[in-house]
Design a protein around this ligand. Structure first.
Ligand code: GLC
Length: 472
């Protein structure tokens, strides 16, 4: 099979979160199983010269954005058996940052149209286009409206993966004609609750909807989790499937990771203790045996930071330290900055997206805390387990599908059910109790490290879906 992954970000070229990790590793895993994979992303300003030097210019074309005719350069390179394509337009992508601009809708209308038009000019002919999140949601829409009967396009099937349903690409009605160039008689595909909703357009037109964990696939049928889209999703259940993400276990490997000072494995954990002291020193915290909770996350509401705020000082006073890395909403950034000021020996916060520090925290912490209100999959808990760091999580989405509570003797972390700070506090206290029992803790750490969260199985699940589509 030939599979083209379209996305707005991919490791190692551009990343703001878990989406980039998945797009950076799933195609590699599928290509190892004998399929041809390609990835297409925008050529952002932030893509480093060390990557640009491997790119070659394929061609340039003109892409319609409603009445506008826009330049589109196509660049390409090979990496790990996967072909990458980069869509170039300086006006749209030569900016600081990936999203959050007033014209994001126009930028991704351009990108989606460019991805489809590009296919006439490259020698990669996809059987499947795997689209990811709202930024690529118009690809199946355009294919249906404009390309279905065109030579070269009529056999292409699409799968659309929802990484987080909170982000939908909602705009006023005027974008339909003015930016998307979609005629009024097709408005129904994209209209929802009085908006133009790009994600909804994808749900209507794609051949399969995938989401990043089996639990989340059920949760998004429920208004509490669906950010308004439950009503449309219940009518699409026949084509909805949850596949738990994997992580790149070659890259996230405590035996080799160049970002950490000491290496370790299941057979010899002494390096982990050294990573802990090294991290505490580097972050300016006191070095001792108290448990350290790591947090590596976007600092946004749905990650559960309100629960953490409620009981943070209680946790600190019961003998914990915190190593926090992330950026996001001001209210949470300021909260952690204030806590670090109040407890300089015990709390460290770094605001930003710093991949090397993330790895230092995964390896150097004793536990990782993820009390998410909703979590489509979550990768931090899987990476943390790979580094011998049991997660404390709320039972939702992919957290529920990957973490088992250590109440008995077969857990790999700690879990709580209700979105409530006392329940979270109770899980944190149970973690402390187990941490203080060195033998029990050691067994837990080994169980966490023994879990297989590689792409081996999930890649098979994706291949199955793609093959089903081709045979339909
Ligand atoms: C989004 C989700 C996260 C998921 C990631 C990759 O960032 O919020 O839960 O792990 O996408 O699919």
């Amino acid at each position: 099979m030939n599979i083209l992954f379209a996305a707005s970000e991919a490791v190692p070229y551009s990343a703001s979160g878990g989406l980039a990790e998945v797009v950076g590793s799933l195609p590699k895993a599928i290509s190892k199983k004998g399929h041809n994979c390609a990835v297409v992303i925008p050529l952002y300003r932030s893509i480093k010269p060390e990557h640009r030097k491997y790119m070659y210019f394929v061609t340039n074309i003109t892409v319609d954005v409603s009445w506008r005719k826009q330049y589109c350069g196509i660049y390409s390179l090979e990496n790990n058996g996967v072909t990458y394509f980069f869509i170039d337009n300086e006006y749209y992508f030569d900016r600081d940052g990936l999203y959050g601009f007033y014209d994001d809708c126009e930028r991704f209308v351009f990108f989606d149209r460019a991805v489809i038009e590009m296919l006439k000019h490259i020698d990669f002919k996809p059987d499947i286009i795997s689209c990811n999140d709202w930024q690529t949601a118009l690809i199946p829409v355009y294919l249906q409206i404009y390309y279905k009967y065109q030579q070269g396009y009529n056999k292409i099937k699409t799968a659309f993966t929802i990484h987080n349903i909170a982000y939908q690409g909602k705009y006023g009605r005027e974008v339909l004609n003015e930016l998307m160039g979609i005629p009024e008689h097709n408005a129904g595909i994209l209209e929802y609750d009085g908006y133009i909703n790009m994600l909804k357009g994808a749900l209507e037109t794609t051949d399969r909807i995938i989401t990043v964990s089996p639990s989340y696939a059920k949760e998004i049928l429920d208004p509490w989790y669906a950010y308004g889209l439950d009503r449309i999703l219940v009518t699409k259940q026949h084509k909805l499937k949850g596949i738990l993400n994997g992580i790149d276990t070659d890259d996230y490997n405590p035996e080799k990771d160049p970002s950490i000072a000491w290496h370790f494995s299941k057979d010899n954990l002494s390096g982990k203790a050294k990573c802990k002291s090294e991290m505490l020193t580097a972050l300016g915290l006191v070095v001792d045996d108290e448990p350290v909770i790591g947090i590596v996350s976007r600092l946004v509401k749905h990650k559960g930071f309100d629960l953490i705020r409620c009981v943070f000082e209680e946790i600190i006073k019961s003998g914990f330290k915190f190593a926090v890395l992330g950026s996001g909403e001001k209210i949470y950034e300021e909260f952690f900055i204030e806590m670090a000021r109040r407890y300089p020996d015990r709390v460290s916060v770094t605001t930003g997206y710093v991949p090397e520090l993330a790895r230092i925290i995964y390896a150097g912490s004793d536990m990782i805390l993820m009390p998410s209100q909703n979590e489509p999959c979550g990768l931090a808990q899987m990476i943390a387990m790979r580094y011998g760091t049991p997660p404390i999580v709320r039972e939702t989405g992919g957290l529920r599908d990957s973490v088992r509570d250590n109440g008995g003797t077969d857990g790999n972390g700690f879990t709580f059910k209700t979105y409530n700070s006392d329940d979270m506090l109770d899980a944190v206290r149970r973690a402390k109790r187990d941490y203080d029992d060195k033998q029990r803790w050691n067994e837990l750490v080994l169980r966490a490290m023994n879990c297989d969260y590689s792409w081996t199985i999930p890649a098979e699940n994706y291949i199955e879906v793609f093959e089903e589509l081709i045979n339909e």
